[in-house]
Design a protein around this ligand. Structure first.
Ligand SMILES: Nc1ncnc2c1ncn2[C@@H]1O[C@H](COP(=O)(O)OP(=O)(O)OP(=O)(O)O)[C@@H](O)[C@H]1O
Ligand SMILES: [Mg+2]
Length: 335
């Protein structure tokens, strides 16, 4: 395996680094834990994720990328640096790096992200847009004069784009994705069942009982938290129907984003998409029945990529090979 070329998917929920032929060499939640007393990072990735909602007062467990934007620049930089160093170890390697950063970040934040890669030893840094990386990672040939549509549903944002001839033709992004689904599930139980549940409990309920197409009303699990009535520990049975009702508005915001992109796309390319279908990537693509929900909405076949969580990371690595042919959505930012 060569670690000279690294592809980094800096996601709101997960940071994935791929190397060599595209295999993931690091896959960690985008979380970092900082001890305010000693002013040191005490954990990152999975270790830090386990501390969410459970850490003592003096330890801040931070998600430095909230809703697809950088909410804590210093911690984001530190996390990127630590992840790169974990991959290259103490070897004297100066990798070339292709990075995918959230579409919503500012030019200043972009620069900060690039600097952290440089401080971890990067020789050259390229930036790639998420939809381009997602399509490449799903094995799609985006160089042909043929329209391809991808909907990448991550933690912070859902990005919709149409590409042709190696470039983005139309795109849209909404801040409705996995995190928003979790927040809506928490709100649903608060409003309808009078029980407060934690973020990780909501995530578990979504993964185990989420179903957007013909959800059943039968019990499929339980959630536990604090009763808003008694203030005491409580649990409550849940069904697919509960989860579906909780997140339908969020999913419909993604549907609206797809509709806007269709409206912006030249008719010839819309025809191509009708023939080829809509590709779903990102962790949100794993939500059961979402593909059928989109198919029903637009009458266009919709399919989930193989390993949708890994598409962007794989795509960042593939981008090295096709970089001369990419028209936009790809730039060299540091020589
Ligand atoms: N089986 C599943 N069903 C529904 N959602 C899932 C499932 N598995 C993972 N997810 C969700 O996928 C999201 C993470 O996806 P992904 O790693 O693609 O996001 P990201 O790239 O970090 O975020 P972004 O691209 O918005 O910056 C999380 O919100 C997680 O809850
Ligand atoms: Mg992503």
């Amino acid at each position: 395996m060569s670690v000279l070329d690294l592809g980094i998917d800096l996601g709101t929920a997960n940071i994935i680094i791929s190397a060599g032929r595209g295999g993931a060499v690091l896959n960690e939640p985008t979380v970092i834990a900082y001890d305010r007393n000693s002013e040191r990072v005490v954990a990152f990735g999975t270790e830090a994720y386990k501390m969410i909602g459970r850490a003592p007062e003096h330890i801040a467990v931070i998600r430095p990328l909230r809703d697809g934007v950088i909410s804590d620049n210093d911690m984001a930089q530190e996390l990127i640096r630590l992840c790169i160093l974990k991959v290259i170890g103490k070897k004297l390697i100066n990798p070339r790096i292709v990075m995918c950063v959230p579409s919503g970040i500012t030019a200043v934040e972009r620069k900060a992200v690039v600097e952290s890669a440089v401080s971890a030893g990067a020789r050259t840094v390229y930036l790639i847009e998420e939809p381009v990386a997602a399509l490449l990672g799903a094995g799609e040939d985006i160089m042909r004069p043929f329209g391809r549509m991808v909907v990448d549903i991550g933690g912070g944002t859902s990005d919709v784009a149409v590409t042709s001839l190696g470039g983005i033709v139309a795109a849209n992004s909404v801040k409705k994705a996995g995190n928003a689904f979790n927040a809506s599930i928490q709100r649903y139980f608060e409003d309808n069942k009078r029980i407060l549940i934690g973020e990780r409990m909501a995530e578990e309920a979504k993964i185990n009982c989420g179903n957007m197409f013909w959800p059943s009303g039968e019990k499929c699990g339980v959630v536990s938290g604090r009763s808003l009535i008694s203030g005491l520990p409580a649990r409550c049975e849940i069904s697919e129907d509960d989860i579906c009702r909780a997140i339908t508005d969020d999913v419909d915001a993604i549907i609206a984003a797809i509709r806007t992109v269709f409206e912006m796309t030249p008719p010839e390319l819309v025809g191509d998409i009708y023939e080829h279908g809509i590709l779903l990537t990102g962790g949100g693509a794993l939500l059961r029945g979402l593909d059928m929900y989109i198919t029903r909405e637009f009458g266009v076949k919709t399919f989930v990529a193989d390993d949708p969580l890994g598409c962007v990371a794989r795509g960042t690595n593939i981008a090295f090979k096709v970089r001369d042919k990419l028209r936009n959505g790809f730039e060299k930012v540091r020589a």
